[in-house]
Design a protein around this ligand. Structure first.
Ligand SMILES: *[C@@H]1O[C@H](CO)[C@@H](O)[C@H](O)[C@H]1NC(C)=O
Ligand SMILES: *[C@@H]1O[C@H](CO)[C@@H](O)[C@H](O)[C@H]1NC(C)=O
Length: 350
């Protein structure tokens, strides 16, 4: 019984009982009805209020960054499971496959959870946050020592190797601590009417980038990915640049031809590296935020999503550079997960 951690609490409880029979009765009936609501357990994740107080503004009051880790430990339980090593998971995006999205829960039960991603983002039903802390991304112009580009059989992934350079750090907005940049990867379609994982007001975009960050309270992405507040992913849509098919707007897509085969990789050396700024530009867009999951198995529900409302631009030529990549079963296209149920989550618009 963790209700009374120190004798003073018991004294205080008795005092309250004595002073106010009525409020005490309310307290104990609530306690009897749902002991889980008093004793902090992992089930707190089932309660959306655990993440955001009823008044989102209260959550957004400025607080000094130094006291953040202490606050977190007071009320945030930690999932006891350790993340699995990144062994190539045998999942597919074909709904008819036995390893297709409807059966991902057989690959990892957590894919059948109630707080999965992606979701439909609906501007008219999102809760608008008025008093917002600005979202900050520092180190956006820093150049890494090299970039490892991988075709992992499901996506094209760019992992920056920083060595002595300061990594980009994401903070502010809905985030309570600092999140360190890990990698970015993409989801795209076989044609430009499909491809993005999130859907914004009925619209699916041809391409979606996911910039993955992990909570600086933990030692690595692997360690953080199993923690409730472990991961933050920034998602941005791309729309087709209509004025020219062939223009190269995103020069880095040129590197994709080096990893056409599944499970191949290529190292972009220092002279050819590019900063995050060259990929996503300034982060001054309005965005949605909600609590969700990784969109591939093991689908860990440890992600704070930040999805920009303003799309970036891509040309058809660049889209074809993506569509030329291959997976184990054919062209790597339509590598987006179907929409998941919102269930009891709330989506905020910042
Ligand atoms: C978006 O939310 C509005 C208001 O709740 C609702 O009427 C509409 O059907 C929703 N749109 C979609 C695509 O779910
Ligand atoms: C685009 O691709 C999707 C998924 O493969 C398919 O369902 C759709 O019919 C295609 N649309 C066009 C216009 O070719």
């Amino acid at each position: 019984m963790q209700l009374f951690k120190w004798p003073g609490q018991l004294v205080l409880f008795n005092f309250l009982m004595f002073m106010s029979w009525r409020s005490c009765r309310e307290y104990s009936s609530r306690f009897q009805r749902d002991p889980q609501s008093v004793i902090s357990t992992n089930d707190d994740r089932r309660n959306p209020d655990f993440y955001f107080p009823a008044d989102p503004e209260a959550d957004l009051a400025e607080s000094s960054p130094e006291e953040i880790p202490l606050q977190r430990q007071k009320y945030r339980p930690v999932i006891a499971t350790t993340p699995r090593p990144a062994a190539a998971p045998a999942f597919s995006y074909n709904p008819k496959d036995k390893n297709g999205p409807p059966n991902w829960n057989r690959i990892d039960a957590r894919c059948g959870g109630r707080y999965q991603s992606p979701i439909l983002l609906n501007t008219s039903s999102a809760l608008v946050v008025n008093r917002k802390r600005p979202l900050r991304l520092t180190g956006i112009t820093n150049l890494p020592e090299s970039i490892r580009l991988q075709n992992d059989g499901h996506s094209a992934k760019f992992t920056y190797n920083w060595r002595n350079v300061e990594r980009p750090v994401l903070s502010g907005g809905p985030l309570k601590t600092k999140y360190i940049f890990e990698q970015f990867h993409f989801h795209w379609g076989s044609n430009s009417s499909v491809g993005s994982e999130h859907v914004l007001d009925q619209q699916r975009y041809p391409l979606e980038i996911h910039l993955v960050f992990y909570n600086g309270l933990y030692g690595s992405f692997q360690e953080a990915s199993g923690q409730v507040d472990g991961i933050a992913v920034v998602g941005l849509f791309y729309e087709i640049y209509k004025h020219s098919v062939n223009e190269q707007l995103n020069t880095w897509t040129f590197f994709l031809y080096n990893v056409i085969q599944p499970n191949s990789e290529y190292t972009i050396s220092f002279v050819d590296t590019f900063p995050l700024y060259e990929v996503i530009g300034d982060i001054e867009w309005p965005y949605f935020s909600y609590e969700g999951s990784l969109t591939t198995p093991p689908c860990l529900e440890t992600v704070t999503w930040i999805v920009a409302t303003k799309p970036l631009l891509v040309t058809e030529k660049e889209m074809n550079q993506f569509r030329r990549l291959r997976s184990a079963t054919g062209p790597m296209v339509d590598n987006y997960r179907p929409l998941q149920k919102l269930n009891h989550r709330r989506v905020f618009l910042y």
